[in-house]
Design a protein around this ligand. Structure first.
Ligand SMILES: [Mg+2]
Length: 335
């Protein structure tokens, strides 16, 4: 298998693994720690008392990966990244999950899709979208730009526009896409990915509509410093939770995703474990962080049993990750 194919597969499976691993986590570190008696070290079902993920089977992905895979499908169908492909992907996902009555649709995506369905201009429909839907689904854009963070940043801004066209949201999407683009290079380093992420955040913040919120780039730096600082792993996770944050806010989500990536030194499974126990919006932090870890380390870094569990789930199987990887690879090589 080529290095490029391995990294595309790693990014896609990483997205799914981090999402499904974090799915059963609760809102606070103590809740999660007490419910599971320590680290989450395997795929677990959504617990009956979980406000959103109750009843989901172990290994089930959520909205984050479904939307990422919908984007990948649309890019392949359209022959590349475009505003039209992004609109088609998000509306088709929304309709597939019955978005009007689904608890899985985030606030910005719901607002954007409803405006798109009213026939409004996709350059305007994302004008109020400032939550973490933009970075959570952006990984395929990074996978399409190996070694080209500027191309990834440009396309990430386009893809975010219909639902999340605010500076803070575009900053988060561009950070993740740029980091993945650099992680796709042979011999990539985590420090190069982190630097690309901070650059993507700075550029992306100026591409979106001027909006309020702290710097995504500074939050990435803060999270990585905490992750590499003193204390045991749980203490550093608590520091990430308390200081960087894990809510739907983009600087929090994206900052913490880079934090757990750095804490795990880019190992996909360890990244998933840290993201899950970090709690909060754990599936989203995990999806973003593990997409980056998978693109960095390639598919060989994943246990076969983990890939088998993901593939055995009906929802993931319906997206056919291996076909998506082939389609993305053909797009990259066709350029
Ligand atoms: Mg989710």
């Amino acid at each position: 298998m080529s290095d490029l194919k391995s990294k595309i597969l790693g990014g896609l499976y990483g997205q799914a693994m981090g999402d499904a691993w974090g799915m059963p986590a609760y809102f606070t570190i103590d809740q999660t720690w007490q419910a599971y008696g320590g680290w989450i070290t395997e795929f677990l079902p959504g617990p009956a008392d979980h406000p959103v993920h109750f009843g989901l089977p172990p290994g089930r992905i959520t909205d984050d990966s479904e939307q990422a895979f919908s984007l990948a499908q649309a890019f392949i169908r359209h022959g590349g990244v475009s505003l039209e492909a992004a609109v088609e992907a998000i509306i088709s996902w929304y309709d597939r999950v019955g978005g009007d009555s689904s608890p899985y649709v985030g606030p910005s995506t719901r607002r954007g899709v409803q405006a798109l369905k009213r026939g409004e201009d996709p350059r305007q429909t994302g004008n109020w979208g400032d939550t973490n839907g933009a970075p959570m689904r952006i990984s395929p854009v990074g996978l399409l730009h190996p070694g080209d963070p500027m191309g990834a940043i440009e396309d990430a801004a386009t893809v975010s526009m219909p639902t999340h066209n605010t500076g803070v949201a575009v900053a988060g999407a561009c950070a993740v896409a740029a980091a993945i683009a650099v992680g796709m290079l042979p011999g990539a380093t985590l420090d190069a990915m982190i630097a690309a992420g901070m650059m993507g955040a700075e550029i992306g913040a100026r591409k979106g509509r001027p909006w309020l919120g702290p710097s995504v780039a500074r939050r990435i730096r803060m999270a990585v410093d905490i992750a590499r600082g003193p204390g045991d792993a749980l203490a550093r996770l608590r520091e990430l939770y308390d200081v960087v944050g894990t809510s739907l806010s983009v600087p929090e989500t994206v900052g913490s995703a880079f934090g757990v990536l750095a804490m795990a030194q880019g190992d996909p499974k360890q990244t998933a474990i840290y993201a899950a126990n970090l709690s909060g919006d754990a599936d989203t932090v995990g999806a973003i962080a593990c997409a980056m870890a998978g693109a960095f380390s390639g598919i060989e870094a994943f246990d076969q049993s983990i890939l088998d569990t993901l593939e055995a789930d009906d929802v993931t199987a319906s997206y056919n990750i291996r076909a998506l990887a082939d389609g993305l690879l053909a797009l990259v090589e066709g350029r």
